[in-house]
Design a protein around this ligand. Structure first.
Ligand code: HSE
Length: 320
């Protein structure tokens, strides 16, 4: 993509993230990026954007030669994969936030990138506002990356925080997470750990070059944690967090999992509250680093999408 070229975006999805991106783009004129068309599933809904911007026909976007960037933020993983494949094949750069789709189709996406020579960026697919994918890609030497421990799901962290700090029961905390737009449309994906393990599979790829289907990573969610567990842990000066972990073993292999854990109060992850995410990276010579920021919600997630759109300007792409 030529640096001076206008970025003309075809946007798939106008939910929490898509609408957030639409609003942010109105405040970033120097980016020279504009949305030409938005593809949606339900045309009847009231939306804060001109009606002529919307279509329900995917091909209007995918076959439009003026559109050079497809941004895809829908939550139907199968449809998302079809859109991404066709967009790359049609010579368009792709920015995606669909963690489930990316985690489940990683080998095909890597192959498509090679075959089409088009960039595919997905900073918003893990830890929303935290630029963790780009940092893992660019900053760390694979050999020196000893371990990563992270909170990668905002909703479960929000629920646990509300149980710990406000003594809210599980269901009320979940309802609040849904109302605030943090939870997936099927909140079981958050609560039972599916969303976290999908994100972990993506981060393992960018950290270590591993291609691991989420089904092959050990994980559990927070579905069995009761308010009484939170209160008992608190008495012992511990938090309970849903922690994703990856550790380089002596034989060079990486052990990875996502499980609820007790976290001591001096652990940086204990500092991560509500919908925030946090990532602790230990690497040779750099030692320990801690990344922290909002991990869910409309603007924090859309800001990561925006950062990918901006990165297309300098021809950024992942190594594969
Ligand atoms: N449901 C997700 C979460 C949204 O709570 O982290 C951001 O990916």
């Amino acid at each position: 993509m030529e640096a001076h070229k206008q970025l003309t975006i075809g946007l798939f999805g106008f939910g929490t993230v898509g609408e957030g991106l639409y609003k942010i783009l109105q405040q970033t004129p120097s980016l020279k990026a504009s949305i030409r068309k938005v593809c949606i599933k339900h045309p009847g809904k009231k939306r804060e954007a001109p009606a002529e911007l919307f279509t329900t026909d995917r091909d209007v976007l995918l076959n439009d030669e003026n559109i050079n960037v497809i941004v895809e933020v829908i939550d139907d993983a199968n449809a998302a994969f079809e859109i991404v494949s066709k967009a790359l094949k049609n010579g368009k750069a792709v920015v995606s936030a669909s963690k489930k789709m990316i985690a489940e189709h990683l080998p095909e996406i890597l192959k498509l990138q090679q075959e089409t020579d088009q960039p595919f960026l997905c900073e918003a697919a893990a830890c929303a506002s935290i630029p963790v994918i780009r940092n893992l890609e660019e900053y760390y030497d694979n050999d020196l990356l000893h371990s990563i421990r992270a909170i990668v799901n905002g909703s479960t962290n929000f629920i646990l925080t509300k149980m710990f700090e406000d003594k809210l029961d599980f269901q009320s905390a979940l309802l609040l997470a849904q109302q605030l737009g943090f939870a997936e449309s099927n909140p079981k994906l958050d609560v039972e750990g599916y969303d976290a393990v999908n994100k972990w599979s993506i981060l393992l790829n960018h950290a270590y070059g591993i291609v691991e289907h989420p089904d092959h990573i050990l994980f559990s969610g927070i579905q069995n944690i009761q308010l009484s567990d939170a209160l008992v842990a608190r008495e012992k000066h511990l938090d309970i967090k849903l922690v994703a972990q990856a550790k380089k073993l002596n034989n060079g292999e990486v052990a990875a999992y996502v499980l609820p854990q007790f976290v001591k109060h001096d652990d940086p992850l204990s500092f991560v509250k509500n919908e925030y995410n946090g990532v602790v990276i230990e690497s040779g010579f750099a030692d320990k680093q801690f990344f922290y920021g909002k991990g869910a919600g409309s603007f924090p997630t859309a800001s990561a999408v925006l950062s990918d759109i901006a990165a297309l300007r300098y021809h950024y792409r992942y190594e594969y």
